[in-house]
Ligand binder design. Structure first.
Ligand SMILES: NC(=O)c1ccc[n+]([C@@H]2O[C@H](COP(=O)([O-])OP(=O)(O)OC[C@H]3O[C@@H](n4cnc5c(N)ncnc54)[C@H](O)[C@@H]3O)[C@@H](O)[C@H]2O)c1
Length: 361
């Protein structure tokens, strides 16, 4: 078990990130120490609840304030205002007061939505993340972005709301399907490509270990990714600049998710989005062609090459990316790269430029 820390100096808040195996007891000890008088509610999805809910709640029962676990149907389709409202109803019916801790127990959908519920209940109650997917452990549980989707687009309703702690128990990853595991690898590759050339090479050199859950291989990788994201968020918590680097591949990726009605998983969608971002970077900023090819080859070797932009019309993609939060004056703004380590943030893209990148596959 190892602890990393995020220091958010403006609010003098220090957030512990605990990474290890079988952390149920550690989590309960933390809650007893920090919130001995609080009520503890867990929010999860049905799948995670069925697989791991009983074990987690048996640990949490050692806390006198442990109340209940509420779950919702698993999947991105649940990440909306209706599910949020029903969670608010359940919490308020159970008399959840301002002295509530919400434990977000699940993947990125659960973390984003339970975080949004925590941010809005009584103008904000305590939040602890217990991420159970690779994607949530390396990405969505870090940095305080919470929210839900709207019919008009992804993550359009939300807030910046930091948890008090994050417990990433890699044991949970053992029950993930191969597809969900690889889905999370897309974000791991992202860190390598935009922030850590050594990590990128390590992934390329160890494909067999990367594609299957292997605790001894994945634990240090998860710690590395958490640290990389902490470093970015500490410098720019509210995404007024540098943090936007983490949106590499996400502009087109989010559009693919939405156009597929969330049938395409986040990681698979952003992998194709990263391929497009790399091609645009080459086309507009001389990003080396070799890096475009290396990223594409790594995704292919990992099986993250099943989604193609060509499956969607350029007009549809364009219309969706115009609803992206970063769009300004009717132009989407992309995160691009000039070199392996030099980003170009908020780069406005014309439709013809996207079309050119679309054609060069
Ligand atoms: N807040 C952020 O900064 C941020 C960053 C990246 C992604 N996201 C969001 O994260 C979401 C995607 O996250 P996700 O891929 O974790 O999706 P998810 O939460 O839907 O989980 C994927 C599937 O895995 C199942 N699952 C979860 N843990 C499991 C386990 N241990 N064993 C077996 N099955 C398990 C879930 O029930 C679900 O069916 C998207 O909504 C995306 O927008 C947010």
């Amino acid at each position: 078990m190892q602890k990393l820390r995020m220091n958010l100096s403006i609010r003098q808040k220090e957030i512990p990130f605990v990474v290890g195996e079988h952390l149920g007891d550690t989590l309960c000890q933390y809650l007893l120490g920090e919130f001995p008088e609080h009520s503890i509610f867990v929010i999860s999805d049905d799948t995670v609840n069925q697989l791991h809910g009983a074990q987690l709640t048996s640990h949490l029962s050692a806390h006198p304030g442990f109340k209940e676990l509420f779950s919702f149907p698993a999947g991105e389709a649940s990440k909306n205002a209706e599910t949020t409202a029903s969670l608010h109803d359940k919490l308020l019916s159970a008399k959840a007061g301002r002295d509530t801790v919400i434990v977000a127990f699940g993947g990125g959908v659960t973390g984003d939505m339970a975080g949004y519920v925590a941010a809005t209940l009584h103008r904000g109650v305590q939040l602890v993340h217990v991420p159970t997917t690779l994607l949530a452990q390396v990405d969505s549980s870090i940095g305080g972005k919470v929210g839900v989707n709207h019919a008009a687009g992804k993550n359009l309703l939300g807030a910046f709301y930091q948890p008090t702690a994050v417990f990433s128990d890699i044991h949970y990853l053992s029950t993930l399907s191969d597809e969900e595991y690889i889905n999370g690898m897309a974000e791991v590759v992202k860190y390598g490509v935009i922030l850590d050339p050594e990590l990128w090479q390590q992934l390329e050199a160890n494909i067999a270990a990367v594609v299957k859950y292997d605790p001894s291989f994945i634990e240090p990788i998860i710690r590395r990714c958490i640290q990389l994201k902490i470093d970015v968020v500490e410098k720019d918590e509210k995404e007024s600049g540098l943090r936007s680097i983490l949106n590499w591949g996400h502009t087109v990726g989010h559009a693919i998710e939405k156009l597929s009605q969330y049938g395409v998983k986040h990681g698979f969608a952003i992998a194709e989005g990263m391929n497009i971002a790399a091609r645009l970077s080459h086309q507009l900023l001389d990003y080396p062609q070799e890096l475009v090819h290396r990223q594409k080859a790594l995704f292919a070797n990992l099986g993250l090459n099943t989604v193609h932009l060509h499956d969607y019309s350029l007009d549809d993609i364009w219309n969706v990316i115009l609803t992206d939060k970063k769009a300004r004056r009717q132009l989407p703004r992309f995160t691009l790269m000039r070199t392996e380590t030099k980003p170009e943030l908020y780069y406005a893209i014309e439709k013809q430029e996207l079309e050119d990148a679309y054609q060069t596959e």
